[in-house]
Write a protein that binds this ligand. Structure first.
Ligand code: AKG
Length: 296
């Protein structure tokens, strides 16, 4: 559980890191699952329903950038979304009724793991209220060099910035040069030992650099919402929506709290993942070095 001052800090700054939430056996099991899933990318020519691949991926030298929606593709990760100590913290931050919205595993392998440009998750999935957050389950130790997620404190109380490209399509990335008043200098890296969890508010401005270190940075991300926050883009499968409740009760009366919203429409020109959609941004903030694939 978080202390009262940690909860208060989350409300003020839009993020908090809780150390050592995962027990050792669960951490080992998740790592094993991730390794097994990544093995399945050998032989793949291109992205799939499960895998988003690094630009330097080759079928004989697989490089996975992201495992997509693990909770939907692997029952293990659906069950893990109900991990008791994590849900206890979610109830402190979101209230008694909590629903899983989405999930992903961002790999950031040593030496080439791709950056994620500055963005707000809210730009991707606005809801009827903003009691929505993402949990970063640290599967490796995260330090200043291996591509820590950076969050701008207090930015969750500011504007919803433009995440559209020059053609007017949603691209899931902000151009900080076009965000008057946004100061990235105070951005805080969310650091911790493997097994820790970060919690960042859905409107918090965040991003992360390429992993130039020799150490991996594997991050399992779960997105959660108060159960009375309904996605403004709709609920395509109500039975699935109901089944994603991880605490408390569900209902069909959304709580509506005004917050600045820009719809993620028209859809991105490059689809499949944030890495793909962000390629449409004219100017990259984070340096991206292309490393040739290594045959193993
Ligand atoms: O992996 C990261 O560092 C950033 C992840 C993120 O913000 C995202 O995938 O939406």
């Amino acid at each position: 559980m978080l202390s009262m001052s940690e909860v208060e800090s989350y409300r003020q700054n839009g993020y908090v890191v809780a150390p050592n939430v995962l027990d050792g056996a669960t951490l080992s099991k998740i790592r094993q699952m991730v390794a097994e899933i990544c093995d399945g990318a050998r032989g793949l020519e291109t992205h799939s329903k499960v895998y988003d691949l690094e630009p330097s991926h080759r079928p004989d030298a697989p490089r996975v950038r992201r495992i997509k929606v693990p909770h939907a593709n692997f029952p293990f990760f659906r069950e893990l979304a109900g991990y008791g100590p994590m849900v206890d913290i979610l109830r402190q931050l979101l209230g008694p009724d909590v629903r899983l919205h989405g999930s992903k595993i961002n790999m950031k392998a040593p030496g080439y793991g791709s950056p994620v440009e500055w963005h707000q998750d809210w730009a991707f999935y606005p809801h009827t209220n903003d009691d929505v957050l993402a949990v970063g389950v640290l599967l490796d130790d995260v330090d200043l060099d291996n591509g820590a997620m950076l969050v701008v404190p207090g930015s969750h109380q500011g504007p919803t910035w433009n995440h559209h490209d020059d053609t007017g399509h949603f691209c899931g990335a902000m151009d900080p040069a076009q965000c008057p008043g946004l100061d990235l200098a105070p951005a805080v890296p969310l650091l911790g030992r493997a097994g820790s969890m970060s919690f960042h508010h859905v409107r918090a401005v965040h991003g992360s650099a390429q992993n130039f270190s020799s150490r991996p940075r594997t991050l399992l991300l779960y997105e959660f919402a108060a159960a009375d926050a309904y996605p403004l883009m709709g609920v395509p499968d109500f039975a699935d929506f109901e089944a994603r409740l991880v605490a408390g009760r569900s209902g069909i009366e959304p709580r509506i709290v005004p917050a600045p919203v820009r719809m993620p429409l028209p859809p991105p020109r490059f689809k499949g993942s944030i890495y793909e959609s962000q390629t449409a941004i004219g100017r990259r903030y984070f340096e991206m070095r292309q490393e040739p694939a290594v045959v193993r």
